[in-house]
Design a protein around this ligand. Structure first.
Ligand code: ATP
Ligand code: MG
Length: 430
């Protein structure tokens, strides 16, 4: 026998029981996004590699070591499986001139690809919900983005999720801070690890984002960007905080929050939890006023965030958010050729009325079919034998008590509706 094939490492199958939870989550997500006026956009999973190099930055974890890039075997084009959605979303908005119609509130949802070391909460194919507000300049939209996340955590019943906030200022302010930072790091050069040595001149800000425990003290004492912010940046940052305070949303200003992508400026934020171990960031975002111009569009401000669906679902599961398994309204049991044909008609007719009907397939005795009907959880079995087929009727059998009775096809839908309503009433359901 040939060896069985496995999924690619770090890329997961989502089996039915779990996928039902995903679908339920996706339903609440849609309502939530609609409540804030965000509209869906869907971009390809594959983009030209230069898009990500330009948008995310050459000296970043993603571009340096995490991208699935390849050459199109037919035309040699350099392509990449998208590692994130902001670059694609902005590319699409520019390409289709969406901003000509004014600012846009957009969202996307789907798989992203990063070649990382797989572990709990960190996969090579994972899913993000991305929300982008394009063409909006004010601190109001930054605050709205943050508060809409808070509402989602609340809707999902997630607890222990904290908000961390920082401002990266403008590019001039970052340049002044960068100079001071390089001087400081040069003075402590012997303590830097390999990554930090390499990034000292190319991207020193990212050294502050290091996960190396040996560098924490050094990084803690480094010059802080916030001390280099000018009046406008400070006013913007203060305005965001004011809305959060008015809304009663707690937050912590974390001067070390710099984000792993180059395109951010001014407000950046992360939602973190201690309940997921090392992979504690469930959502991250901020303002990226330069990106649209950088990707060839007419200059326009923007802000957004992306959340990691696997991490949020792990938290949601812990909070009891698991979908109930889908149960059919009726299970159709049948035996004999004429009965089989009637069974198809019955099942299709009921589905036409909006019922979920599981039709027994594959034959077998009435007894074994009834066992399957019971196992399906359906509250009603519709039994069709030769007698029923000849009379164009169905034996209507409630599975949890109640009399079995013969019913004509005309009354079947109303009888089933009544039975389901009564069954729900019994156990206090809706
Ligand atoms: P991390 O520091 O955990 O690597 P990041 O800064 O690379 O995160 P972003 O690019 O900001 O992450 O992506 C936004 C969110 O997507 C993260 O906060 C996280 O919830 C999720 N995410 C990122 N990478 C992965 C991954 N490999 N597997 C699962 N979720 C991920
Ligand atoms: Mg990462």
């Amino acid at each position: 026998m040939s060896q069985t094939l496995q999924a690619v490492r770090g890329m997961n199958d989502i089996l039915p029981e779990e996928a039902e939870t995903w679908e339920q989550f996706e339903e609440s997500i849609r309502d939530w996004l609609k409540a804030y006026g965000y509209r869906p956009i869907r971009m390809p999973l594959v983009e030209p590699t230069p898009l990500f190099k330009r948008a995310i930055g050459e000296v970043t974890d993603i571009v340096e070591k995490e991208m699935y890039s390849f050459e199109d075997a037919l035309n040699g084009e350099h392509l990449t499986l998208r590692p994130e959605g902001t670059a694609s979303c902005v590319r699409a908005a520019i390409q289709h001139k969406l901003l000509h119609a004014g600012p846009q509130r957009l969202y996307y949802y789907g798989p992203m690809y990063r070649h990382e070391r797989p572990q709990k909460g960190r996969y090579r194919q994972f899913h993000q919900i991305g929300v982008e507000a394009l063409g909006h300049a004010g601190p109001d939209i930054d605050a709205e983005l943050i508060l809409m996340c808070a509402r989602l955590w609340d809707d999902l019943g997630l607890e222990d999720v904290r908000l961390e906030l920082n401002s990266l200022g403008s590019s001039d302010e970052r340049a002044a801070h960068r100079q001071a930072l390089i001087a400081y790091l040069e003075a402590h050069r012997d303590q830097l690890d390999e990554d930090a040595q390499r990034r000292l001149y190319s991207n020193p800000l990212r050294i502050l984002d290091t996960k190396n425990p040996d560098l924490q003290a050094l990084v803690e004492a480094a010059p802080k960007l916030i001390d280099f912010l000018g009046d406008e940046s400070l006013a913007h940052f203060e305005a965001v905080q004011q809305v959060l305070r008015d809304a009663g949303q707690p937050f912590r200003v974390n001067p070390r929050l710099v984000r792993g992508l180059d395109y951010y400026n001014r407000t950046v934020f992360e939602w973190v939890t201690d309940s997921l171990g090392a992979q504690g960031t469930i959502c991250a975002g901020g303002r990226y006023d330069g990106l649209i111009e950088q990707l060839g569009g007419k200059p326009a401000p923007a802000a957004g965030f992306a959340m990691g669906v696997e991490r949020i679902l792990a938290l949601w599961r812990d909070a009891g958010g698991v979908a109930e398994a889908a149960v059919p309204d009726a299970y159709v049991v049948h035996q004999g050729e004429a009965a089989g044909r009637l069974a198809f008609r019955v099942a299709e007719t009921l589905r036409g009325h909006g019922f979920a009907v599981l039709m027994h397939c594959g034959g077998g005795s009435f007894k074994s079919q009834m066992k399957k009907a019971d196992a399906s959880g359906a509250p009603v079995a519709l039994v069709i034998g030769e007698d029923e087929a000849a009379a164009a009727e169905v034996s209507f059998k409630p599975m949890r008590g109640g009399d079995q009775r013969r019913i004509g096809l005309d009354e079947l839908a109303s009888e089933l509706a009544e039975q389901l309503f009564a069954a729900d009433g019994d156990d206090g359901g809706v």
